[in-house]
Design a binder for this molecule. Structure first.
Ligand code: FES
Length: 89
């Protein structure tokens, strides 16, 4: 998908059977979160983490709860699971 800012980049995290989608852009500096493919979670998989400066985000709503952008949030990418497939809304 192409946007005015370039190709759309997002990621999805499944937690407790729910799917949560986010735009892959840290609110701190606008950079992608992962330093390598699929590396969006902390080692215990309890938060999403920006690899650049360590911001931590809740999986349920993308709120930053640690690091340089506390109080900001990842932009949501609305997704749902339909017949076993992840689909955009
Ligand atoms: S760019 Fe994500 S914490 Fe700095």
């Amino acid at each position: 998908m192409e946007t005015a800012a370039g190709p759309f980049q997002g990621f999805a995290v499944r937690k407790h059977g729910k799917i949560h989608g986010f735009v892959d852009r840290c609110p701190h500096m606008g950079l992608p979160l992962a330093w390598k493919p699929h590396a969006y979670l902390t080692p215990r998989a309890d938060f999403m983490m920006c690899s650049r400066h360590g911001a931590l985000f809740t999986i349920e709503d993308g709120r930053c709860v640690g690091g340089p952008c506390v109080g900001y949030a990842l932009a949501r990418w609305p997704l749902e699971i339909c017949d076993g497939w992840v689909v955009t809304l």
